[in-house]
Design a protein around this ligand. Structure first.
Ligand code: SF4
Length: 434
C-alpha cells in the first residue's frame, strides 16, 4: 500500500512518524492531511529502504499546507555539459543550502548512471521527468506506448520518489498555445505537443495515465502533474491554454487518488505579481486541495541574470496564499546550466521565499526564528546572530571584512559607533528607565 492508501486506512507508518517529527506536528495531522490528499510524502519504497547496500536512505519529508513550505532544486546534466561528479556536487550543495527535494533533469550524458548515483547519494526525495530518458538518443516522434511504460517502470525500480508527468496537455490545447507570444515553454509540454501533431493522436501520457498510475502505486512514486502549458512570459499568463490544462489536471488528480497514488500539481511559470493569488486560489479549488508545486513564479521577464530574485518575489506570494512546494530558480535561468555556486544562490533565494511565506501565513513556529535572531541583533550578541543566520558562512564572511573576529563591538561599519541607531536606542532606553 502507498502512504496515501495507508493513511486512508487510518494507519500510521514510520514515514509519517518521521515527517511529523521533523515538522514538530502530531502524526495524526500528517496522516489526516495525507488521507485528504492535501499532503504528500514523496518516498519510493526502494529509496526508503536504501536502493543498495551502503546507499543513502531517504529521510521522509512532507509537502502540504499543514507543514512548512518546501523547496526543490533542479540539477542534471545537459547534452552540452555533462559530468557526474559535478551533478553530485550540486546535489550536496543543494541539500546543504536547504533543498528539501532535488529533481534530476538530465538530458545528456549517461542518464541511467547519473540517476542511479544521485538516488544512492540522496537523503532527500529525488524527482525526474521520465520523458527525457524515453527519448534520449532518438526523435520524440519515435516514442511508443511501450517505451513510456518501460521507462516509468525502470525509473520506479531505480527508486525515484516523484515523477513529473505531462498528462494534462491535450491535442485540443495546442492551437490555444500557438496563439501565445512564447508558445509552449515547457520541455515536456513542447515535446509531447510535437508527438501529438506528428501522429495526430492524443497525448499518450493522458491515454496511458491509469497504466502509469498502476506502476507508480507499486513503488509508491508520487505524481507531480507537469504543467506543459505553463506561461513562459507575462504576456501568456493566466490564459486559456494554461487554464484548459489545469482543468485536465483536476481530473487527473482524482484518477491518481483512485489508483492510490499520491499527487501534487505543478503550476506557473511567469505570472505578474497581481495574478498570483488568483492562480493559487483557482488551483486549490479546482484540484481539490492537492499540494501546489510552483515554478517561481517569475514576476517580471526583464531581469535575466537575476531571475532567482524575480522568482523569489513570486514564490513568496505563492507560499503565502496557497503553494506548498517551491521550485528554485537560479541566476542562470533562461541563460545556462547552473553552476554549483548558482545552485547555492538559487536555494537560499527560494528558502527566503518559503520562510517569508510561512511567516506571512502564520505557520506555527516560523516567526520564532525571526524573533530569536532579532533579539541577538538588538543586544549586539554577534556570535549568536551569526550562528542563527540561515547562511552563517556568508554572514561571517561579510561581518569579518571590517570587524575581523571582534564579536564584542556595539556597532558595525554600516553606520559606525556614533551613528549606530541600535546603540543609541539602547542607551535611550536605559536612561529613560532610570
Ligand atoms: S551600526 Fe548601523 S547597521 Fe550596524 S548595528 Fe548599528 S544601526 Fe545596525
Amino acid at each position: 500500500m502507498t502512504q496515501y492508501q495507508q493513511a486512508k486506512a487510518h494507519a500510521v507508518t514510520p514515514a509519517m512518524r518521521r515527517a511529523a517529527e521533523r515538522e514538530n506536528v502530531p502524526v495524526e495531522t500528517i496522516r489526516d492531511e495525507l488521507a485528504a490528499g492535501r499532503l504528500v510524502i514523496p518516498a519510493n519504497k526502494l529509496h526508503l529502504a536504501g536502493i543498495r547496500q551502503g546507499a543513502a536512505r531517504l529521510d521522509p519529508t512532507a509537502i502540504g499546507r499543514a507543514v512548512t513550505t518546501k523547496i526543490n532544486a533542479n540539477i542534471g546534466a545537459s547534452p552540452v555539459s555533462s559530468c557526474l561528479d559535478l551533478e553530485l556536487t550540486k546535489l550536496r550543495w543543494a541539500v546543504q543550502y536547504g533543498a528539501d527535494a532535488v529533481m534530476d533533469l538530465s538530458t545528456g550524458g549517461d542518464l541511467d548512471a547519473i540517476r542511479t548515483d544521485l538516488i544512492a547519494a540522496a537523503t532527500v526525495p529525488i524527482g525526474t521527468v521520465p520523458l527525457y530518458s524515453m527519448i534520449a538518443g532518438k526523435p520524440v516522434e519515435d516514442l511508443t506506448c511501450d517505451d513510456i511504460l518501460a521507462a516509468i517502470a525502470a525509473q520506479a525500480d531505480q527508486g525515484v520518489d516523484f515523477f513529473t508527468i505531462h498528462a494534462g496537455i491535450l491535442r485540443a490545447h495546442i492551437p490555444l498555445a500557438m496563439k501565445r507570444k512564447m508558445g509552449i515553454c515547457s520541455r515536456g509540454g513542447s515535446l509531447l505537443a510535437k508527438w501529438m501533431a506528428y501522429h495526430d493522436r492524443e497525448n499518450p501520457m493522458y491515454e496511458l495515465f491509469d497504466d502509469i498510475s498502476a506502476i507508480m502505486a507499486a513503488c509508491d512514486v508520487t505524481y507531480s502533474l507537469g504543467d506543459g502549458l505553463r506561461p513562459g512570459c507575462l504576456a501568456d499568463a493566466s490564459d486559456e491554454a494554461q487554464f484548459a490544462e489545469l482543468d485536465v489536471m483536476a481530473e487527473l488528480v482524482g484518477r491518481a487518488r483512485d489508483a492510490g497514488v499520491q499527487v501534487m500539481v505543478e503550476g506557473p511559470g511567469h505570472i505578474p505579481f497581481n495574478e498570483i493569488e488568483m492562480n493559487m486560489t483557482r488551483q486549490r479549488e479546482i484540484c481539490d486541495g492537492a499540494p501546489f508545486y510552483v515554478l517561481g513564479p517569475v514576476v517580471t521577464d526583464m531581469f535575466p541574470g537575476y531571475d532567482h530574485i524575480t522568482a523569489a518575489i513570486g514564490a513568496t506570494a505563492a507560499a503565502t496564499c496557497g503553494a506548498s512546494f517551491l521550485c528554485y530558480v537560479t541566476p542562470a535561468e533562461h541563460l545556462s546550466l547552473p553552476t554549483p555556486e548558482e545552485v547555492r544562490i538559487g536555494c537560499v533565494a527560494t528558502k527566503i521565499a518559503a520562510h517569508a511565506g510561512d511567516v506571512a501565513r502564520g505557520h506555527p513556529g516560523a516567526r520564532q526564528q525571526d524573533d530569536d535572531i532579532s533579539e541577538a541583533r538588538a543586544s549586539f550578541d554577534w556570535k549568536r546572530q551569526l550562528e542563527l543566520a540561515y547562511d552563517s558562512e556568508a554572514a561571517v564572511a561579510i561581518r569579518s571584512r571590517d570587524a575581523g573576529a571582534d564579536l564584542d563591538a556595539d556597532y558595525c561599519s554600516m553606520c559606525g559607533r556614533d551613528w549606530c541607531a541600535i546603540r543609541i536606542s539602547r542607551e535611550l532606553k536605559e536612561s529613560l528607565s532610570e
